[in-house]
Design a protein around this ligand. Structure first.
Ligand code: KG4
Ligand code: ZN
Length: 371
């Protein structure tokens, strides 16, 4: 079944065609240049840009698949979660397309689509047998879940504050490391020393007073604060300059915090990036390895923009008892292929969505339910 998938939940305007799980075309028009001057996604600009780009992106996806609109047999679009104005553009374009051609239409959950990405043919499809552990790490979400099927997922843990990608983006913005922050820090960290700073890991794995079990949860706001506001307290070795003017003694934590962004050299930025990234990835591994041990699920499928991170991928090799599956880089970030792929699964199973259905900024499927 030739399914057109449309994804506009944030700042990527994307469309793809999938048939029998095979990607016939995958077009992603990124709005990074639109939002770069603001160092973050501006929702109003994102939705306006989608309205201008969506026709061209869908046309390009059909062209690259060697098809016309008459060849499409089903339409899928992301309906939630995401930026509401952005979601509405892709969702309503998809509904209009399906209605005009009287095609089956399915609204898709963005997070389930990310978890589906590695199953696209040619993307480790044969190795990711259900059930497995899902590690969904993006700009908006950090979720560890048990994945029973493409549409059946139970959440074991999630972030209690910032998402992993959000932490990368905020650190990069603060230090002027580049935009978007994830890929910028990933690249910068390659030239840095990850042992320069020893940033703290969150301590939330005991059952709290409210009875909530945070065993598989993660947290990034403490790390972000440490990197942005308390960097010197976590320096492992004093800088060369500090060793010469050792007026505060060996205890760097007792030094007044005087750093300004302007003073930071490029090599210092690289060290900050590398040290932050190491801790950010440590946080994920601690939770996901614990979940694997407890559930006995040894296959871990990663998805979302942060799944592109080279440190995350390298660290996975250090756990030979676990099998980590990463989607190819083109299916890590937001894309239409994952939407078309999971959409095809729904449509083949006979499930469709009513045209009355609208978009929602909220998570529908992957809600954390505390025991
Ligand atoms: O899945 P995605 O494209 O959009 C959301 O659903 O949020 O993920 C975007 C996030 C951003 O926070 C971006 O900085 C992060 O993924 N990201 C990365 C890398 N590439 C993208 N984070 C760390 N390392 C990367 N290489
Ligand atoms: Zn995403």
């Amino acid at each position: 079944m030739k399914v057109l998938g449309i994804e506009t939940s944030c700042d990527e305007c994307a469309a793809a065609v999938v048939e029998n799980g095979r990607v016939l075309s995958n077009v992603v028009a990124t709005q990074i240049p639109v939002h770069a001057p603001y160092q973050g996604v501006v929702p109003e600009l994102a939705s306006r840009t989608h309205t201008v780009w969506i026709y061209g992106v869908v046309k390009e996806a059909l062209d690259r698949a060697g098809m016309t609109s008459a060849d499409v047999e089903g339409v899928a679009a992301t309906a939630f979660p995401g930026l509401l104005g952005s979601l509405l553009v892709g969702l309503h374009f998809a509904k209009a397309f399906a209605w005009a051609r009287q095609l089956p239409f399915i609204a898709v959950d963005h997070l389930l689509a990310h978890l589906y990405a590695p199953r696209l043919a040619g993307a480790n499809a044969e190795t990711a047998a259900y059930p497995f552990l899902g590690l969904l790490v993006s700009g908006g979400h950090s979720v560890i879940c048990r994945v029973e099927n493409f549409d059946k997922v139970s959440v074991l843990g999630s972030t209690i504050d910032d998402a992993a990608g959000e932490a990368f983006d905020k650190i990069a913005k603060h230090y002027g490391m580049g935009y978007p922050g994830g890929p910028a820090i990933d690249a910068l960290a390659r030239g840095g020393n990850a042992d320069t700073f020893q940033f703290p890991l969150p301590n939330l794995y005991k059952t709290g007073k409210n009875g909530r079990n945070h065993r598989y949860d993660v947290s990034y706001s403490g790390l972000k604060t440490a990197v942005v506001n308390q960097r010197e307290q976590f320096r492992v070795k004093p800088r060369r300059a500090d060793r010469v003017t050792e007026t505060y003694g060996a205890d760097t934590a007792s030094k007044p915090y005087t750093d300004s962004k302007a003073e930071i050299s490029e090599s210092e930025k690289a060290d900050i990036a590398a040290s932050f990234q190491k801790t950010a990835i440590d946080i994920l591994f601690r939770a996901v390895v614990r979940a694997a041990e407890d559930t006995g699920l040894s296959t871990i499928v990663a998805g979302g923009g942060v799944a592109a991170n080279s440190c995350l991928r390298a660290r996975a090799a250090g756990y030979p008892q676990l099998r980590f599956i990463f989607p190819p880089l083109e299916y890590c970030g937001d894309n239409g292929a994952m939407v078309a792929g999971i959409g095809e699964q729904y449509l083949l199973s006979g499930e469709t969505s009513p045209f009355e259905l609208s978009a929602s900024p909220r998570i529908k499927s992957l809600k954390r339910v505390y025991p």
